[in-house]
Design a protein around this ligand. Structure first.
Ligand code: ADP
Length: 751
């Protein structure tokens, strides 16, 4: 995780990076069949073949999702670029054809492209004229089109699209912090207008280096979501993943089994004992990570729960203890992880993009499976750049495929040259990213409605997230963590002599990060939308007028490479929508929050929810409802979670989700958990729709009670027709931890 708002003291640079050196035993993390470790990489092979990797989803099926119709079949390994070709020399593919992992794109757009003035809109006419001349001469048919375009327009009047372009996109970079350099390069490439010291008038885009905290932005777009930092903290992320693992254990098996300390210490001890008893040959290792920690700070490995360092720190600094992945994929005998950049473009509707390339950060000591002797060797077990930079073995390299920090595409290229199924790997990664974001969105929506209530002026948000992923020996990607504030530095520190550091440009960082920022901006371009709207209007007014004015200068797009970010959601929504149950529980929660600006539900709100959904009956009285509320709320509030409203004694979303699951288990005993929850959601949605319908009838004397519509992408369930019929056999929950939790829940609801 990146430090929130602060730079690593002294080590500052791109928090990613790491690298190997030397050789060693490395007998453990044996490479997947057919792709040995050493000698894997033909010298001088550039990541040209990366296009290869970028293929899609054969592997979607691996998660029980239909692999059909997912992607351009033709993009397979066969289409990889000839080795030795520099990515920059490749012709940019059309976006629709370009899967993640495609050749890394040139970080800098040609500076001698279309005239800056024409693009920024300032003093545009001369440039436009020059451009018109060029086009008229070069492009067949364009002169004629230009003449027609001129003839259509009244003299002195500009087309809507043209006047929109003239305004220029404005970006406030005054709070960009360490992402400033990459942002500046991106803005230069886009020829957008930067306001480095802020601006009295509103800007189109506000670029913040740390988190969403400005309450004085009322319009435009901000590159941070409210509550994102809190939502991806180690403990909160682990809780969200746990909830999803309880619902969909197989789909969410890409996140290591985790426990939250100190509150789940007894559960951790009990479960480990149970698992050891049932499988005596299991010799696990665990990794303890302080909540809110970053850059490997405070992390240590243990072999047994009794080794947890309880002395003070755990109480004052909660942590996550997690199963340690003992058999990672190695390269050059070294452990490495992947930093992938993901753009959450919109929360409602959900829109997710993945960067086509990322970074790989390497350890600096040859890897060995953990033993009591090597547990403390951080250069062997932790891939953090900030740690490994202090190793004498750390290698800075300007090449994308050597050194302690490389592009992910260079890794894929090596894997592919060994026959690995990189297409499936990409597909698994896409699936991991979408599922993780689905786990995070409920909490984010609660923060969002609180900070930017609907109907009030406020910005819209987007955010670049850093996904840290570890590949297992069998190429299965495992999520380590999500960074709300991934380092966007494009330089690294080099130690000239002990303690003396110098900042030097890092081409590997620049290549990836500038492309990520620039293309995020391109996707968020407010003028694109305006242009589209204007074109729609003018095409309604005058058929045929919707085309780009023929004599207008080409947009900045013309000078830029194809997009570095690829949409994965809603593109693959149909494969994942069934997972969005907690989202629907969160929608119920938000509906009953009442007071705008709050993130916690009061006892009255909870009672109203129960009443409106008609969930109480002779077996579950309103007194029992109150007890459930008090019991769960008190426990969640005693956990000392770093929450926006820590002093508010109400029920947070996670507590509501727990209460909801309890009610679902109570009501639909015979079903597996996800079906219990789905049934209750549908029942609630349906009954609320009926209440809403009645209100309309009373209010206007018209409408009939409405039937609830299933949320997009969800299968119709029992809904108003009453609870589903039990299947006649009891479906056993797989996870022992879930059983324990269910027991606790049963105690609380008295069922
Ligand atoms: P931080 O935010 O401090 O960087 P991380 O969760 O990223 O914390 O962990 C730091 C490093 O520890 C990771 O980069 C990875 O190398 C290693 N690591 C973390 N969790 C695991 C795990 N479950 N199994 C194996 N290695 C892990």
């Amino acid at each position: 995780m990146e430090p929130a708002g602060m730079e690593p003291a002294g080590l500052g640079t791109g928090t990613e990076g790491t690298e190997p050196a030397g050789t060693g035993t490395g007998t453990e993390g044996i490479e997947p069949a057919g792709m040995g470790t050493e000698a894997m990489e033909p010298a001088g092979l550039e990541p040209a073949g990366l296009g290869t990797a970028g293929i899609e989803p054969a592997g979607m099926g691996a998660n029980g999702i239909e692999p059909t119709g997912l992607e351009p079949a033709g993009l397979g390994i066969a289409e990889k670029e000839p080795a030795g070709l520099e990515p920059a020399e490749m012709e940019p593919a059309r976006e629709a054809e370009e899967p993640p992992g495609s050749p890394a794109l040139p970080a800098e757009a040609p500076q001698d492209g279309p005239p800056a003035a024409a693009l920024s809109g300032e003093g545009a006419l001369p440039g436009r004229e020059r451009e018109r001349g060029r086009r008229g001469a070069g492009a067949p048919g364009s002169a004629g089109r230009a003449a027609r375009g001129r003839a259509r327009r009244a003299p002195g009047r500009r087309s809507g699209a043209e006047s929109v372009r003239r305004a220029g996109v404005t970006v406030d970079s005054s709070k960009a912090k360490t992402s400033l350099e990459a942002l500046k390069i991106s803005l230069r490439q886009l020829r957008w207008k930067e306001f480095p010291f802020g601006r009295r008038l509103p800007c189109d885009i506000y670029w913040h280096g740390v988190s969403f905290h400005d309450s004085n932005i009322f319009s435009g777009q901000v590159n941070k979501f409210p509550g994102m930092t809190e939502t991806v903290r180690k403990i909160t992320l682990s809780r969200a993943m746990r909830t999803m693992q309880d619902l969909f254990p197989l789909e969410y098996n890409f996140y290591p089994r985790s426990w939250i300390l100190p509150e789940e210490l007894p559960l951790f001890v009990a479960e480990v004992r149970m698992m050891k008893d049932s499988n005596p040959s299991w010799k696990p290792t665990f990794i303890v990570k302080p909540d809110g920690g970053c850059q490997g700070d405070g992390i240590y490995l243990i072999k047994d729960p009794s080794d947890i360092r309880l002395t003070g720190s755990i109480q004052s600094r909660p942590a996550v203890v997690q199963e340690y992945i003992c058999k990672p994929l190695l390269m050059d005998k070294l452990k490495f992880d992947i930093r992938l950049y993901v753009l959450l473009k919109s929360l409602e509707p959900l829109e997710i993009y993945i960067a086509k390339d990322g970074l790989s950060r390497f350890c600096t000591e040859p890897y060995q499976e953990p033993t009591l002797k090597n547990l403390q060797q951080v250069f062997m077990h932790l891939t953090n750049y900030s740690l490994n930079i202090h190793s004498g073995n750390f290698i800075h390299s300007d090449s994308a495929n050597t050194g302690s920090k490389r592009t992910f595409s260079s890794i894929l290229c090596r894997l592919s040259s060994r026959g690995a199924d990189v297409k499936k790997l990409w597909s698994d990664i896409i699936s991991l990213v979408i599922k993780t974001i689905i786990a995070l969105t409920p909490e984010l929506k609660v923060y969002y409605q609180s900070d930017i209530p609907a109907g009030k002026p406020g910005p819209t948000c987007f955010q670049i997230l850093g996904f840290d992923i570890l590949l297992m020996k069998d190429l299965k990607p495992m999520l380590l963590e999500v960074n709300a504030n991934p380092s966007m530095r494009i330089e690294h520190e080099q130690e000239l002599s002990p303690g003396v550091f110098e900042h030097v440009p890092s081409p590997v960082d620049e290549k990836v990060k500038v492309a990520v920022i620039r293309d995020t901006l391109r996707l968020m371009d407010p003028q694109k939308k305006k242009r589209k709207d204007t074109q729609c209007q003018s095409s309604e007014q005058a058929p045929g007028a919707s085309e780009e004015p023929p004599d207008a200068a080409p947009g900045p797009e013309a000078a830029l490479p194809s997009l570095f970010l690829k949409q994965v959601f809603p593109k693959y929504a149909r494969h994942f929508s069934y997972l969005r149950l907690v989202d629907r529980v969160a929608a119920l929660f938000i509906r009953f929050l009442g007071v705008k600006g709050t993130t916690k539900l009061g006892p009255t709100g909870f009672r109203t929810f129960i009443r409106n959904c008609k969930l109480s009956n002779s077996n579950f009285s309103m007194a029992a409802v109150d007890i459930l509320y008090i019991d769960i709320t008190r426990r969640w509030n005693s956990m000392g979670i770093d929450h926006k409203e820590s002093s508010n004694p109400g029920m947070c979303l996670q507590a509501f989700v727990e209460a909801f699951f309890c009610l679902a288990q109570k009501k639909y005993k015979a079903l597996p958990l996800h079906k219990q929850v789905l049934s209750l959601i549908e029942l609630c949605e349906c009954r609320l729709a009926a209440v809403h319908g009645k209100r309309l009838v009373w209010g206007c004397g018209l409408a009939e009670p409405r039937r609830a519509l299933p949320a997009a992408g969800t299968a119709p369930g029992p809904g108003c027709t009453g609870p589903p019929q039990p299947h006649g056999h009891r479906v056993l929950r797989l996870q022992k931890s879930s059983q324990l939790r269910a027991l606790m829940c049963r105690d609380r609801t008295g069922s």
